[in-house]
Every structure is written in structure tokens, then in C-alpha cells.
Design a protein around this ligand. Structure first.
Ligand code: FPP
Length: 244
């Protein structure tokens, strides 16, 4: 049976987060520069969005550039930034045609000015789209986000004379860059690495984790459906027992 036919449309994850890993290794296997892998990763982004659209998944978050990625060789960082700017610019019309609204999370102030301007423009141009929310994590790390939230909570509570004891996880969530989005139901990481690499550490407390050996540039619609089908087999208990 076709993998898509195995999917139960009453059990669709509302938010899928993706760690797009393996571009460098994919390029190396072909004797090419790492950037060749990133360029080919764009096709996998399109396939993923197409598959998510077919399943009517309302939120997709993609880890495109981590805080730690700034430590890569300057040439790779510059070319990757350029690729991101060009992709965002070239795909804005397509995003609008498909009803995709773009959001960006991360330490955006650290991005090159040109990249930030293109990003802001694409976010603005897509703001009325309402089929799928695409959240791009750029210069993002979960520890940065959590520390930032703590600083802002302390500022607001101390300056506003509000008791710190009132801070609970609902209030904390409001200070995260993902405050407008539900927590991911499913997290997918490609390339066979079994770690979270500082991605959405607060938000994935109860997410189902799915690891695949497929390198990101090879990741396609069917792979996405396989991940969703596997997610649907899991019993999510959120810390309770399964007997209810
Ligand atoms: C990780 O592979 C991938 C990245 C750091 C960049 C991801 C960016 C894209 C797929 C470009 C397009 C994205 C959007 C959202 C427009 P790696 O370089 O760490 O691979 P390796 O682990 O094999 O070295």
C-alpha cells in the first residue's frame, strides 16, 4: 500500500519540527563542496512543505542555521547566508500561491543586514496566508532562547513589581520565540545523528522523536509520510499511564 494511504487523517500532527542534517556528507559523497549539499537541500525543503500541505499540517519548523553554525569557515557561512536570502526571495511568490505564512525565530539581529531585510519582507508579504505556518529557525539555539526568556521575565517582573513566584510554565512559554505556536508533536532529524543539537529544548518536552539515516538532500515527500505514519503508531501518554 502507498505510504500516504496508511496515514490516518484524524491523527495528523499539528506541528512538525525538522533538523535538516547531512548536507555536508551528501556533498562529500559526491566529491563536491559542502555548499553543493546546502543547495540541494532546498529541494528537500520544497518536498517537505508539499507533503505537509497535502496532510494539512498547520505548523512546520525548520532548523536552518544554529548559533553554533557561525563557527563554520567564513566562506561556508557567507555562501549559506546568500543561499538563504536567494531562496527566500525566489520562493516568496510560491509561498503565497500555496498559502504558506513565513515566520522567523532566533537571534535575528546577528544576521547580515541584507538577509534580515529580505527575511522581514518575506514575513510581511506572507502575513495573510493561512494554510501552513513555516517557522524558520535562523541563528537559533534553545539555550540562547531560554536565557533570553529568563532575562526578559526578570526585567518585567522586577520592574513591574510582580511576584517572581507567579512565574509558571504558561508564563514562561509567553517569553519564548515560539509563544504563538503549539509545541511540536513530532521532531524529525535526518542523517542518522541521534541528538537534539540545541533545538527547541523547552518545546519538545513531550514530542515524539523520529530519526532517519536519510541525508537531508535526499529527504522527500515519501520519507515525510513515513515519519508521520510512524508517529501515528506511537502511544503518547504525556507522563500519564496508558490505561484511560
Ligand atoms: C546541516 O547539514 C544543514 C545546514 C546547516 C543548513 C540547512 C540549510 C538548508 C537546507 C538550505 C535551505 C533552507 C531553507 C529553510 C530555505 P550539515 O552541513 O551539518 O551536514 P553534515 O552534518 O553532513 O556536515
Amino acid at each position: 500500500m502507498d505510504i500516504k494511504e496508511q496515514i490516518d487523517h484524524n491523527l495528523i500532527p499539528q506541528h512538525v519540527a525538522l533538523i535538516m542534517d547531512g548536507n555536508g556528507r551528501w556533498a562529500k559523497q559526491r566529491g563536491k563542496d559542502r555548499i553543493y549539499g546546502h543547495e540541494n537541500g532546498v529541494k528537500a525543503v520544497r518536498e517537505t512543505l508539499e507533503a505537509a500541505g497535502e496532510l494539512k499540517i498547520p505548523y512546520i519548523t525548520m532548523y536552518a542555521f544554529s548559533t553554533e553554525n557561525w563557527n563554520r569557515p567564513k566562506k561556508e557561512v557567507d555562501t549559506l547566508m546568500e543561499l538563504l536570502v536567494n531562496t527566500i526571495r525566489n520562493e516568496t511568490k510560491e509561498l503565497c500561491d500555496k498559502g504558506i505564512r513565513l515566520h522567523a525565530i532566533g537571534n535575528l539581529k546577528s544576521l547580515p543586514e541584507k538577509c534580515l531585510l529580505e527575511l522581514k519582507e518575506a514575513v510581511k508579504l506572507t502575513e495573510n496566508n493561512n494554510k501552513l505556518n513555516l517557522i524558520i529557525a535562523l541563528s537559533y539555539s534553545a539555550r540562547w532562547e531560554i536565557v533570553n526568556a529568563v532575562k526578559n521575565i526578570l526585567n518585567d517582573f522586577i520592574n513591574g513589581n510582580k511576584p517572581i513566584e507567579n512565574v509558571d510554565d504558561k508564563i514562561f512559554k509567553k517569553y519564548l520565540s515560539t509563544s504563538d505556536f503549539p509545541d511540536p508533536d513530532l521532531l524529525i532529524r535526518t542523517s542518522g545523528e541521534l541528538r537534539l543539537s540545541n533545538f527547541l529544548l523547552w518545546q519538545i518536552a513531550y514530542s515524539e522523536l523520529y530519526f532517519t539515516p536519510v541525508l537531508w538532500p535526499d529527504f522527500n515527500r515519501e520519507h515525510f509520510f513515513e515519519a508521520v505514519a510512524e508517529y501515528q503508531k506511537r502511544e503518547r501518554r504525556f507522563g500519564k499511564t496508558g490505561d484511560f
